[in-house]
Structure formats: C-alpha cells, structure tokens
Design a protein around this ligand. Structure first.
Ligand code: PPE
Length: 326
C-alpha cells in the first residue's frame, strides 16, 4: 500500500492528496494511451538530497509522449520543477516520483479527438522494489510464458501506460509460482528484460545486455554501462539466449525501482555461486556512491532540491493541544 502523503501535483497545481481524482470517462483508463516516468531521490551524504538523472527522465517522458502523439501542455522546465515540488511539499528526501501524462475525459472511442492531455506528478515512499533482502542476497526469477512485444505491436521505447499489461501478467504469473520476478523473452526467443527492469549477464568478466530491439531504454541501464566501462569492463549490447543466461557467472537487473538487484536463480538453476558475484557487488557499490553524492565524478547526474521548512521527512510535530476549557 502506498502511504498517503500531503500533496499531488495536478496540471501545474499542488492539490490535497485525497482530491487528486479523475473522472471515470478518463480516456487512458479505457484505452491505455498515456506515458509515465519513475524517478528516485536520495539523501546525500552531506545532509542534502538530490534527484537522480532527473533531466534524462524528463527527456524520456517527452520522448514517450512524442511516440504516443501526446502533446504535453507543459515545458520540460515546468515538469522538472514539478518533480522537485512534490518531493519538497511532501517532505520526502528519499522518494519515488511518478509523472503521468494521460488523456482526460471527453470523447469515448479509440479516437481521442479533443480529449485534454492532463499531467499529474505523484511522489511516495518506495522501499526495496523486489523485497527487503533482494539487494543483499539476490532474487529468484522465472522465464515468463509471456513475451515482450514485437516493436510494431507496441512501441517499446516509450514508457507507455498500456505496455504494462504484459508486465502485470508476467509478474503475477511469476509471483504465483513463488518466484520474485519474471524475465520476458522477445518474440524471436532471445532474452529481453524483466517486467520492470533491464537485464545484464556477466561471464568471464565480459558484461552483456540486450540491445534496443524491444526493451525500455533504461536510465539505470545506461548508468551501469557507463560505470562498468569506467571500471574497465568490456560491455556489449547484444542479444543472448536463455541458456546463456543459465550459464552466466552473474545476472543482474537494473531499474529505478529495482536499483541494482542480483539474480541468484533462474528457472530452478543456480546462477554462478548462487549469491551476488564480485562484478555485481562492485557495480552496486559505485551506484550507491553515485546516488548519495559520494562519487564526485558523476555529480552532474544529481539534481539537488530543497525541503520546505519544517518538512525534513520527520513527522511534523503536532501543535500543542490547547488546554480544554472546563
Ligand atoms: N524495463 C521496464 C519494462 C521498466 O518498466 C523499467 C522501469 C526498466 C526497464 C528500467 O528503466 P529505468 O528505471 O529507466 O532504469 N520500471 C519502472 C516502473 C516499475 C513499476 O513497477 O512501476 C521503475 O523502475 O521505475
């Protein structure tokens, strides 16, 4: 359950959490055409707080909308400010920010003639996406019976609302069978990505990740490719098969929500030593140094923001109750 906070940004204004509602004729609710982002903010080691790769997330939101033919009625700087504003207004140092662009109420039918394009930005507290021990111990995955879309079925470079129906099915199937997460193959049978993460494999210190044939161009994926190359590893973008995954020394997921999650088992087969391997550990370490502002080399990926006075993430002290009149 998402914990209720104070405010949500809707079409340029902060509204009360409970008042951030939509009409049942909201077009996106019926037909799934919309776009969203997922962004995290982190506490910095020096006592401040910053949003990780905000500029790149805002750019991808606009790219997604361009792909989907949705004209956002706000500029990139306005959306950027909106993301900071919801964190600030809710007193969240470490939060997850979800901008959502959707077609509002108007016409029904698949042709959204004059429906308004609405924008909301929500922030909430999101702990470890794949469970409290996922980052430390690694997770168990299953190759899904569902496939990632062919590029002309859904346009997968956009983070589009409707694209997530397959993710919901794949994840639910995996959880029902007591796995932590699903790995989807593409329509040609090669490994694509997780239901909400990109995937990397490591063998003999060579790192491979799937190319942009049908995956979401993950910002964490891009971060990890850069970090791994800076650490001196060879990183290759290439298709690989499920058996190559089974015999990898290490497998890991990357994503804003999932961060850097090691995979210790796929389809009942142990991966490597069955625990996070040395490459994954090293990459994880650098990632958390980056987001907490300790790795100066990557400081340009951090966008600091201020918390509103009295909203430092701690529970706001309640005003002292007045003495009851007797
Ligand atoms: N693939 C998919 C399908 C995906 O949804 C995500 C993010 C990624 C790759 C990684 O992208 P990036 O976050 O830019 O590194 N999934 C988001 C939503 C998860 C959800 O359940 O909601 C996320 O991590 O924010």
């Amino acid at each position: 359950m998402v914990e209720k906070l104070k405010h949500i940004w809707m079409n340029g204004k902060l509204v009360d959490w409970d008042k951030a509602t939509v009409h049942i004729l909201t077009h996106t609710l019926h037909y799934g055409m919309g776009a969203f982002e997922g962004i995290r903010s982190y506490a910095s080691h020096d006592g401040g707080q910053a949003i990780f790769r905000l500029k790149d997330h805002v750019r991808r939101l606009f790219d997604s909308c361009h792909i989907a033919n949705l004209k956002i009625p706000f500029s990139k700087p306005q959306i950027t400010e909106g993301c900071k504003e919801v964190l600030s207004a809710n007193g969240l140092r470490e939060g997850y920010v979800r901008p959502l662009v959707y077609l509002g109420a108007g016409a029904m039918g698949v042709y959204p003639a004059d429906n308004p394009v609405d924008v909301a930005i929500i922030a909430w507290k999101w702990g470890k996406y794949l469970g409290p021990e996922a980052l430390e111990k690694g997770i168990r995955c299953k190759i899904s019976t569902f496939c990632r879309y062919s590029p002309n079925t859904m346009m997968t470079r956009g983070k589009l609302v409707g694209n997530y129906t397959t993710s919901v099915l794949a994840k639910s199937e995996a959880k029902k069978e007591s796995y932590d997460e699903a790995i989807l193959l593409d329509v040609d049978g090669y490994v694509a990505e997780g239901s909400g993460e990109n995937i990397f494999i490591v063998r003999d210190n060579v790192i491979k990740t799937t190319p942009f044939t049908c995956i979401l161009p993950g910002i964490t994926r891009d971060t990890i490719m850069r970090v791994a190359r800076d650490l001196g590893y060879e990183v290759v973008e290439t298709r690989f098969t499920r058996d190559e995954l089974y015999i990898a020394d290490e497998v890991l997921f990357t994503g804003t929500a999932a961060e850097i999650t090691p995979i210790r088992e796929v389809d009942g087969r142990q991966i490597g030593e069955g625990k996070p391997g040395p490459v994954t550990r090293k990459i994880q370490g650098v990632f958390f140094d980056i987001v907490s502002g300790r790795a100066r080399r990557y400081a340009s990926w951090l966008d600091p923001f201020v918390l509103r006075k009295g909203q430092d993430g701690a529970a706001t002290p309640k005003p002292k109750a007045k003495a009851a009149k007797v």
